[in-house]
Structure formats: C-alpha cells, structure tokens
Design a protein around this ligand. Structure first.
Ligand SMILES: *Cc1c(COP(=O)(O)O)cnc(C)c1O
Length: 392
C-alpha cells in the first residue's frame, strides 16, 4: 500500500546527507569535547564549527547560541531562566493562549512559583492583537513570549512588530521559532528577537537536539546544573553527533529556503483548495496568507477527528488531529478553542503538514481518499442525516 507522510509538523525524516555527516561522530570522532587530548579537541572543534554555522543562519554571533536537548528544553530555559533571574525587575510574563505546551506548561509551573502570567487571546485566524499586547504590559512585565508560527493551525505572528513593542517598554522578547526555523528566513537582529527556541527534528535533523539563542547581555539563570559546558550555562556532555546533524540540516535548510518555500506553498495550496472544493461543510483554519508554507488545517463538521485519522491511516496516509503531544488525548485542541471553534467542530479537525518529500501525486491521492472517507463517515452520523433531511 502507498504510504504518505503528511505529519512534518510533528517531526521530519532525517535527510540522508545529515545522517552521513553524523555517522563518523559515533564511531571515529567520539571524544568528549571537554577532554584535553586530540579526540576531545576534534570534537570541540566540530562543536564550535556547528555553533557558528547555525548562528550564521539567523544572523547571530556564535557566542549567542546555546545547544539544548530540543525545543521544549529551550522553551523551559528561556522562560524559567529569564523570569527567575529578573525577579528584582518584576514578576509578570505575557504569552498567548495558542502556544506549544513547552511554553504553556512552563507558564503553569512559573505561576506556582509566584509569577504572574497573562495569556493573550487570538482572533479567529490565530493572530495576537498588538494593541492587546501593548495594553497588557505593566511595570512588572519582564518578558513577552509569543510563538513565531503555530504548530497546529500554521498562523505566523508579526514577530518584528511584537519585538518592537516589547523593546519600547523595556521588556524582553522570546519567540518559540521551532516551526518557523528552516521555513522562514529569520534575522534575530532585524526582527527584534532577544531569545529564540529552535529544534533539530522539525528541520530534517535528529531528535533530542535544539538550541536557544540568547542575545548578549541578557540575565538568565541556568536550569541544568553540572559541568562547564556551553560556557557554564547548560551542563551535560555535548551531543556531538546530534549537534553536527542539526547544523548540517540547518545549513541545508538555509541554502534551499526559497525553493523549499515555493514548493511547499504550491503543494499546500493545491491540497487545501482541492479539499475545500470537493468536501462541503469544511472550514479552513488559520490565517489565509500569513501561515506556515506546509500547514493545512481543516475542520470537517459532523465527524470525529480520531475516526478520520484512523480511516486515513488505513489508506496509508499519516495526518494529525492536533499537535503531536495532544493526539492520543480526546480533549479538543486548546488552539482550536482559542480561535473560537465550538467543541464539536474542534473535534473534527485534521492537520496535514507537507514537507520536502511530499509529491503532487501524494496530494492528489490524499484529496481523493479524504473525499471518500468524509462521505462514508458522514453517512454514519445522525447529525449529518438530520442536516440532509432538514436542509441547512
Ligand atoms: C515540536 C515543537 C516544540 C518542541 O520541540 P522538541 O524538540 O520536540 O522538544 C516546541 N514548540 C513548537 C512550536 C513545536 O512545534
């Protein structure tokens, strides 16, 4: 059977070139980067070269980029580290209701430590209001954390303008750019970004490696204590194969950014328009233009998302009903509720995320299959039956 992977926002396959670049660092150049001997120094050298390569892709200097165990750790570090280090300045943090759980659950933890958090609403297309953001700033506000691109509905925030507002009020700005990095050109200086989280496995690199950009001069506490790695800020023997793979994936993504974007946007629009054309009672979620080049998120009325995913899976198509972390739970997504969808419609949502290995045939097959599946599932729905009889 055909196997079609349309869940690139959950994770991506590691590119062959990336694997090839990583392999020698398991078996030949396996030294501990903190060791004095040649094995260690070779590892140290490639560690710093990787840091430099990644920093260049975001227009940062190497001494501002720190490796972490992934995007979630970077999110935790940015929020806990900055809030705890700046207690004297204030105890207030502003974020949005549609953040990844790496941010939202960290906020809950910070509230238990006595910090105050404002969760901004978003509009029906998933956009934060700049006016509401500015109005939420108080003399206690230390940090604003707003994600660059949402992982469920793909909406892209006006990051540069958010950073401008933050700086106007002497507030720091962090962005979770895990979905944006490799899909949108990011310049941390031009975009007024003070801290930024990125991850390897969303850009065709390995899992368990990511990083946090921290602008020079920012007060931030450690959250992982131990050895002196990462200039005394993030302890733990460096994951050299992961770091090398992440850097290779980052450079490849950066070099190919425009062609990658164009291809994704073409396929995304073909998929979204194809589905909307052939399936009635469907709602396209997220912003029409300011969105992830590979994200399609659609709600189908009278259908359960779980049933939809299982039927798609039976046809070899891998999609998602929300974020990777919430699929498996039956709660409707916090993002879909935040854009104002009622529970019953939020339950019928489908996220299809395309990537570098998606083909035009994949898109066509998916539209065909989805049309069949939705028809079949709706025929079993008493609600749909009622609508058909009464008209709507
Ligand atoms: C995947 C993701 C994360 C988590 O990154 P990991 O490397 O899996 O820990 C954080 N934020 C967003 C927006 C994501 O999509």
């Amino acid at each position: 059977m055909k196997q079609i992977y349309l869940d690139y926002s959950a994770t991506t396959p590691v590119k062959r070139e990336v694997v090839d670049t990583m392999l020698p660092y398991f078996t030949e150049i396996y030294g501990n980067a903190s060791s004095i001997h040649g094995f260690g120094q070779e590892a140290k050298s490639v560690l710093e070269q990787s840091r430099k390569s990644i920093a260049e892709t975001i227009n940062a200097t190497p001494d501002t980029f720190y490796f972490t165990g992934g995007g979630s750790e970077a999110d935790n570090w940015a929020l806990k580290g900055v809030m705890r280090a700046n207690r004297k300045k204030g105890n207030h943090l502003i974020t949005s209701k549609i953040e990844h759980h790496g941010i939202l659950h960290t906020c809950t933890a910070l509230e238990k430590e006595g910090f105050e958090v404002t969760y901004l609403d978003v509009d029906a297309e998933g956009m934060v209001s700049l006016e509401a953001l500015e109005a939420a700033i108080t003399d206690q506000t230390v940090l604003i954390s707003i994600m660059f691109i949402n992982n469920e509905i793909g909406t892209m925030q006006p990051v540069k303008a958010i950073g401008e507002i933050a700086h106007k009020h002497g507030v720091l700005f962090h962005t979770d750019a895990v979905q944006a990095y490799g899909n949108v050109k990011i310049d941390v200086n031009e975009m007024n970004i003070d801290l930024m989280s990125v991850s390897g496995h969303k850009i065709y690199g390995p899992k368990g490696i990511g990083g946090l950009y921290i602008k020079k001069g920012i007060r931030i506490q450690n959250i992982i204590e131990g050895g002196a790695q990462e200039r005394n800020r993030r302890a733990g023997t460096e994951n050299i194969p992961g770091i090398v793979g992440f850097a290779k994936a980052a450079v490849m993504a950066d070099e190919n950014l425009e062609a990658h974007r164009e291809k994704l946007i073409y396929l995304r629009d073909k998929l979204a328009n194809g589905i909307m054309d052939v399936i009635p009672y469907a709602k396209y979620n997220g912003h029409p233009t300011e969105r992830h080049p590979g994200n399609v998120n659609i709600c189908f009325e009278f259908i359960e998302g779980e049933a939809l995913l299982l039927s798609l899976n039976a046809k070899g198509i891998a999609g998602s009903s929300g974020s990777a972390c919430t699929s498996g739970s039956l709660d409707p997504s916090h993002v879909l509720l935040a854009i104002g969808l009622p529970h019953e419609i939020a339950h019928g949502s489908l996220r299809l995320s395309i990537g570098d290995f998606t083909t035009e045939e994949d898109v066509e097959y998916t539209i065909e299959s989805l049309k069949e599946i939705v028809q079949k599932l709706r025929l079993m729905s008493p609600l749909y039956d009622k609508v058909l009889k009464e008209g709507k």
